[in-house]
Design a protein around this ligand. Structure first.
Ligand SMILES: *Cc1c(COP(=O)(O)O)cnc(C)c1O
Length: 820
């Protein structure tokens, strides 16, 4: 008789060896047996896939160990639920974190393949819109790096964020097809499939002890199937899992209909199910408000919750210890319906009473808020939820009754306060407030910068904060220094290693050792040389893609982010117009040569944002072609901003534009990427800029404009923008030029509505901040002329930005919120 070995004893495969020779032979092996191609006919894409498969094997070795480790230790698991993961490419990240870059490069060289060429073919996984999705991707990498057993859960969109093309300066959206050549990183897990229901009705039956039991009988069901992508941490200490759900029908084809000749009707169910996970909603910071979006949110929430409970039950006898073994972080309110879903599963499926289920739920969930804009707070019409999720609606009412009773009876809240706390917004058509649901159903609610967290307490959640004063806390965002320094800026990384050794690679806060080098002229020159190389690379990209020549010795001024009125690309463009005017009026002055770069996508339905893109292109055409400018100013809008483009632009920036209307940017993470790579920031006291100033020192950042408090006051007073504009000659001339059609001779009225908005209400404080901004830009010019001082500040930015590593952010989440 053989004894059944315990799981801890079952063998793991022998880890792979990674010499260039072995890697080369494995690449040939994959090419032959997995892709079915002879070396002599292999296309670059085949080499890419074969190379990824070889790298993937090295990841799998560590993955199995990590997964088995949690099982054996009984450690707490963290689940990060996010409707978006803006990942970008994975190959360089994986190679670098496995420390295999040189070995793979040599292996490919021996096969006559250039690593850079095939790396450039990998599509960006763009399953997100902007900062919120990129944060989720940075967090996944940092959770693996700081050794937290974590799972990311999201949706495997067939089409990620649209590809942006320019047609005569207008944004055109094209479908994005990242899966066209397959996805060698993922594993389809047919066995990890769950049913997710929609619609139908709730039946009440008598349960044990004559207590009523509720049975949800959905009218419609789809299957959620998991696709797993391993996420490697730095030095492959740990590998975690990103699990993305794909929808498929229960019946792929309705054979009765098909046989009766209804060939289209036979596929209706199938099409409907698959359309659920077909596309990412391209709106950023504004709720899509459409039924399909709510279906997506519930679909991935329900599948994730079922998966989490199944994994728990494999290991533990029941759910009473769920909060000790599971933390679920909600990335914004998109997965907030999970709170009602966990309640439903605990009560209806696993037989819990309401109160103990509520206790478990609240202790398990925590919620990250990403925006204060009232129009951006998610809410759904009560009739829609009643129809799509009737049982969840009942649970929401029950949660609400409990919370309101507590507020009224124990805390003596007023009717007005009660109205703000309620899960149901009763002003107008009745709606379920997802932010309030997420708040009430969580033990921790965090903001993403110090300023944002304070404003959260004072504005959107002031009454809920009064009811639960110990729940709101701050976790300032961060970025992973692997992608945003080591991988995107190998030149700077090499220089830093030479100067201060390798410690900063393991701990970005060790970059402070660089501080004294800011005063070292020899070091500054090397730092400037690296910057120049990166600027040449960007200049080449611009020439290849757009046929525009830019001078790498000019000041590279960069604003890249989603196009949004609150981010104020318009302020930047108006300043460019004013500067253009000045350069032409004062040819005798020594203007600092400058290239203003823009990139970013606008939500397809956001009219003003699209008009701002067209304006940037119109202004660029006029300025770039005016000989009177003598090349001193260029404006370049690079199409199709994504993670890979950011990886080229960030290291090439001298000046980072972080100029949102104060109080409106929750944190920003683009600001951190630039500072880490030695750009100076011109910015408002908004989001994490405030903390960046504290870390890099006020003398090393250029701050301008109204503060958040001043913006609030200005809005309350209803100041007259017209007076402000008329008080500024530069501004009024620039606005008149744009409004009168100087940049749009083909359609002189194109920008009149945009400019009227500034004259009439100036909600985003473009006029109010213009003079302060223009003055700050001339300070930048003066600084640039003094190159030693400029580079002293640039070096100090790199030296002091280590705190903004997402490793630090994740450690704070782990310590204060997850207790993992
Ligand atoms: C970092 C990043 C963002 C966020 O930029 P912000 O300036 O913080 O808005 C958006 N998109 C991409 C592709 C990014 O890499």
């Amino acid at each position: 008789m053989t004894k059944k070995p315990s799981t801890a004893d079952l063998p793991l495969p022998t880890p792979r060896v990674s010499t260039p020779e072995i890697l080369a032979s494995e690449i040939i092996e994959r090419l032959t047996y997995r892709i079915g191609k002879d070396v002599i006919v292999a296309k670059p894409h085949d080499w890419l896939t074969a190379t990824i498969l070889v790298i993937r094997d090295r990841i799998i070795d560590r993955w199995m160990e990590s997964t088995r480790g949690v099982y054996n230790s009984g450690a707490k698991r963290v689940y990060y639920l996010s409707l978006e993961f803006l990942i970008g490419r994975l190959m360089r990240d994986a190679m670098s974190n496995l420390q295999l870059v040189d070995a793979i490069r040599q292996a490919l060289e021996s096969l006559g393949v250039d690593l850079n060429v095939i790396a450039g073919l990998e599509p960006d996984a763009a399953l997100g819109n902007g900062g919120l999705g990129r944060l989720a991707a940075c967090f996944m990498e940092s959770m693996a790096t700081v050794d937290i057993p974590a799972y990311g859960y999201g949706i495997r969109y067939v089409h990620g964020l649209f590809r942006q093309q320019m047609a005569d300066g207008w944004q055109v959206e094209l479908p994005e097809t990242w899966l066209a050549h397959g996805n060698p990183w993922e594993f389809e897990r047919r066995e990890a499939s769950y049913e997710v229901g929609f619609g139908g009705a709730v039946e009440t039956v008598n349960g044990p002890d004559d207590k009523p039991r509720y049975l949800w009988k959905p009218a419609e069901r789809v299957i959620a199937t998991a696709y797993d992508t391993p996420v490697v941490g730095w030095k492959a200490k740990r590998v975690n899992t990103l699990r993305l759900w794909s929808a498929r029908p229960i019946d792929p084809i309705l054979l009765d209909a098909f046989n009766a000749g209804d060939h289209i009707g036979a596929l209706r169910e199938s099409n409907k199910a698959e359309s659920l996970t077909r596309v990412l909603y391209p709106a950023d910071a504004t709720p899509a408000g459409q039924e399909l979006r709510l279906r997506q949110e519930f679909f991935f929430s329900s599948a994730s919750l079922q998966d989490i409970l199944r994994r728990h039950m494999q290991q533990y006898p029941d759910f009473t210890n769920l909060p000790d073994k599971v933390s679920i972080q909600l990335n914004d309110t998109h997965p907030a319906i999970s709170i009602a879903e966990l309640m439903r599963l605990l009560i209806d499926v696993h037989g819990f009473d309401f109160d103990p289920a509520w206790e478990i739920t609240r202790k398990t969930f925590s919620y990250t808020n990403h925006t204060l804009l009232p129009e951006a707070l998610e809410s759904w019409p009560v009739p829609l939820i009643e129809r799509m999720l009737p049982r969840h609606m009942q649970i929401v009412y029950a949660i609400n009754a409990k919370a309101l009773l507590e507020a009224r009876k124990e805390k003596y809240f007023s009717d007005n306060e009660i109205r703000h706390i309620s899960l149901i917004d009763e002003s107008g058509d009745r709606r379920v407030r997802m932010g309030n649901l997420a708040f009430i159903g969580s033990h921790s609610i965090n903001g993403v910068s110090a300023l944002h967290t304070e404003l959260m307490k004072e504005t959107v959640f002031s009454d809920l904060h009064k009811l639960y004063p110990d729940r709101i806390n701050n976790k300032t965002n961060g970025i992973t220094p692997r992608r945003w320094l080591q991988q995107c800026n190998p030149g700077l990384t090499g220089l830093l290693r030479e100067a201060i050794g390798d410690e900063f690679l393991d701990d970005a806060e060790k970059l402070t050792a660089l501080d004294p080098f800011a005063e070292d002229a020899g070091f500054r020159e090397k730092f400037a040389a690296v910057k120049r190389t990166n600027k040449v690379a960007l200049a080449n990209l611009v020439y290849e893609r757009m046929g525009i020549r830019v001078d790498p010795s000019a000041l590279f001024d960069i604003q890249i982010k989603r196009i949004h009125e609150y981010k104020r690309q318009l302020l930047n463009i108006i300043e460019a117009v004013a500067l253009y005017d000045q350069i032409r009026s004062h040819p005798e002055l020594d203007w600092v040569p400058r290239v203003k770069f823009f990139a970013g996508k606008a939500a397809p339905s956001y009219h003003n944002a699209k008009l701002i893109i067209k304006l940037a292109n119109d202004v660029a055409r006029v300025i770039n072609n005016d000989p009177a400018v003598r090349g001193l100013l260029k404006v370049v809008f690079i199409p199709n901003y994504n993670v890979s483009l950011a990886e080229v632009m960030v290291p090439a920036a001298d000046l980072s534009e972080q100029i949102s209307t104060a109080g409106m940017e929750a944190s920003g993470t683009g600001n951190m990427k630039f500072g880490l790579n030695g750009a100076l920031t011109i910015g408002t006291l908004d989001g994490a800029n405030v903390e960046m100033r504290e870390h890099v020192g006020a003398e090393n950042i250029i701050i301008f404009g109204l503060t958040a408090d001043e913006v609030t006051r200005a809005r309350a007073e209803g100041r007259n923008p017209r007076a402000t504009i008329e008080g500024s000659r530069e501004l009024s001339q620039a606005l008149s030029a744009i409004a009168s059609g100087v940049f749009s001779p083909d359609d002189r009225g194109r920008y009149s509505s945009l400019i009227d908005g500034i004259y009439n209400h100036d909600w985003f404080m473009v006029a109010a901040d213009f003079d302060s901004y223009a003055r700050a830009q001339r300070e930048v010019d003066a600084l640039w002329i003094d190159q030693p001082t400029w580079y002293t500040k640039a070096v100090l930015n790199t030296a002091r930005m280590g705190w903004f590593s997402s490793d630090r952010t994740i450690r704070q989440y782990a310590q204060d919120i997850w207790r993992a």
